[in-house]
Design a protein around this ligand. Structure first.
Ligand code: NAG
Ligand code: NAG
Length: 230
C-alpha cells in the first residue's frame, strides 16, 4: 500500500516535470546576433571584415583532418564590451529580463530622448532599436559614421536616473562617433554595452535575454551570441 502511493507520487512528479520541460522546449528563441560573414562592417573600415576563415589542414589536400583558423577582432560583429576584461563581466547582468524599446527615428539618444522613453525604474537591461536597423547598416560592409547612438548627455542621464546595467544597440558602437570616448567613460564600470545587435525582428516589448561572450582572458571585448526568449 505504502509502496503504491509512493510510486504514484513519483509518477505524478515525473508527469509534472515532463509538462514543464515541454514548456521549455516550446519556448521561442529570436537570434539577435549577426552572422560572421566577410561582408560584415568593421568600425572605421571601408572594406569590412573580409576573409576571416582559413584552412589549416584539409582532407581534400590529402591531410588527415579538416582544421580551420578564424581571425576576428574582439569587437567585431555582435559583441560585448568590457572595461576591465570580458572574464570579469557578470553573467547575471548578461542574462535576464530585458526591454526592447524603439528610439524616435530622427534622433540620437540624448538626455531628452532617454527621458521620453519612460523606462520604468528597476529595469536593468534595455536594447535600443534605432534608425540603424531600418538603414540596414550592419549589412553594408563600408563603415557608416552617421549611425545612431548615445550622446554624452544621454549616457549621463541613464547612469543618474535609471537602474540600467546593460544596454544594447544595433550598430558597431553604443555611442555616436563624436561622443564615443565620453560615452564609454560615463558608462564606465556601471553599464555593459552590447554592440552590433541584430534587432531586425525584435519588436518593442519585454523578453528574456541571453548574451554569452566567449570566455577569453585579456579581452577588451568578445564575439557574443545573443538571443531573446519570447
Ligand atoms: C588577422 O587580421 C588582422 C586584421 O585584419 C591582420 O592584421 C592580421 O595580420 C591577421 N592575422 C593573421 C594571423 O592572419
Ligand atoms: C546621430 O549623430 C551622428 C553623429 O553626430 C549624425 O551623423 C547622425 O545624423 C545623427 N542621427 C540622427 C538620427 O540624428
Amino acid at each position: 500500500m505504502r509502496m503504491n502511493s509512493c510510486s504514484t507520487f513519483a509518477a505524478s512528479m515525473w508527469l509534472i516535470f515532463l509538462a514543464f520541460s515541454d514548456v521549455l522546449v516550446n519556448a521561442k528563441y529570436l537570434d539577435i546576433s549577426h552572422e560572421y560573414v566577410p561582408g560584415l562592417p568593421k568600425y572605421d573600415s571601408p572594406t569590412g571584415l573580409g576573409t576571416f576563415m582559413k584552412d589549416i589542414t584539409s582532407i581534400l589536400r590529402g591531410e588527415e583532418f579538416n582544421t580551420r583558423n578564424f581571425n576576428l577582432s574582439t569587437d567585431c560583429g555582435t559583441h560585448v564590451k568590457a572595461f576591465i576584461d570580458v572574464e570579469s563581466l557578470d553573467l547575471t547582468i548578461l542574462n535576464g529580463p530585458v526591454f526592447v524599446v524603439e528610439v524616435p527615428k530622427d534622433k540620437n539618444i540624448t538626455a531628452k530622448v532617454m527621458q521620453s522613453l519612460n523606462i520604468p525604474k528597476g529595469v536593468k537591461r534595455v536594447l535600443f532599436k534605432t534608425l540603424n536597423t531600418q538603414r540596414k547598416l550592419m549589412y553594408k560592409k563600408e563603415f557608416d559614421s552617421s549611425y545612431t547612438g548615445f550622446q554624452k548627455d544621454g549616457a549621463e542621464w541613464l547612469v543618474e536616473n535609471t537602474d540600467i546595467k546593460l544596454i544594447g544597440l544595433d550598430y558597431l558602437s553604443v555611442a555616436v562617433k563624436p561622443d564615443k570616448d565620453d560615452v564609454y567613460q560615463v558608462l564606465g564600470k556601471y553599464v555593459i554595452p552590447v554592440e552590433g545587435l541584430n534587432l531586425d525582428k525584435a519588436k518593442p516589448g519585454e523578453y528574456f535575454l541571453h548574451c554569452l561572450p566567449l570566455r577569453m582572458s585579456e579581452a577588451n571585448a568578445a564575439p557574443t551570441r545573443c538571443i531573446l526568449v519570447l
